[in-house]
Design a protein around this ligand. Structure first.
Ligand SMILES: [Zn+2]
Length: 225
């Protein structure tokens, strides 16, 4: 997937490698990294730095080393055959006539996906409920438009299928988009391609134009964090 042009910031990648990210942002950075060789390399580089730091900082402890060595020596022989790979064959995500293959980290959560609901503008939305947080899967059919909206908080979005555009640019499979309250945008698809995205937000959207009056009561439901 060499066509990915929108990546998490280096800071996000490093915080992900540090184990500091939580909730939907962590899940989406993980899913993007699964799809993106560039970010895999950045993460691996940072993990090397972390490993060197921990080696440099660790005080030598020969007593502990000796204890570990003798413990290992006293262990019974264990089966050293590698474990069989995890079963990854899962039903792809389906919506009407569409079938979507997801990054493994998301496919593993599909049993927590709620039902799809139809929204104005040829949109469908389903909630992925992960207990302490939730994410929204949003499918935009061809030739559809989300009313212009700003963000009261931070929103991260990952493109899982097809692509969409807004005033800032074009977003394709694997692209990672981070938005905050400074951004107003109006996502749209063209007549060639539908689009599936997954978003994590920490505040409801605020619609600013178009169907705003009709949609604002829905925004809590539509993009509920
Ligand atoms: Zn990337």
């Amino acid at each position: 997937m060499s066509n990915i042009t929108h990546h998490p910031s280096l800071e996000l990648i490093q915080r992900f490698a540090n184990g500091e990210l939580i909730g939907g942002t962590a899940l989406l950075v993980s899913a993007h990294t699964e799809m993106c060789r560039h970010c895999q390399q950045l993460k691996a580089q940072h993990e090397q730095v972390l490993a060197q730091q921990s080696l440099t900082n660790a005080a030598p402890n020969t007593e502990l080393d000796d204890m570990l060595t003798s413990m290992l020596a006293s262990l019974p022989d264990v089966d050293r055959t590698p474990p069989s790979p995890l079963t990854t064959a899962r039903s792809p995500l389906t919506l009407q006539q569409h079938r979507f293959e997801l990054p493994r980290v998301l496919a593993n959560q599909l049993d927590k996906l709620g039902s799809w609901s139809s929204q104005p503008g040829k949109l469908h939305q389903a909630r992925l409920d992960l207990g302490d947080h939730s994410l929204q899967l949003i499918h935009m059919d061809r030739n559809s438009t989300v009313p212009a909206h700003t963000h009261k908080g931070n929103e991260v979005t990952l493109v899982l299928h097809g692509g969409f555009s807004d005033d800032q640019g074009d977003y394709k499979l694997g692209d990672f988009i981070a938005l905050d309250q400074r951004h107003e945008h109006q996502p749209r698809t063209d007549d060639h391609e539908d689009c599936l995205v997954i978003s994590a937000v920490d505040a409801p959207l605020h619609f600013t134009s178009g169907l705003a009056r009709m949609l604002n009561p829905l925004s809590n439901l539509f993009f509920k964090p």
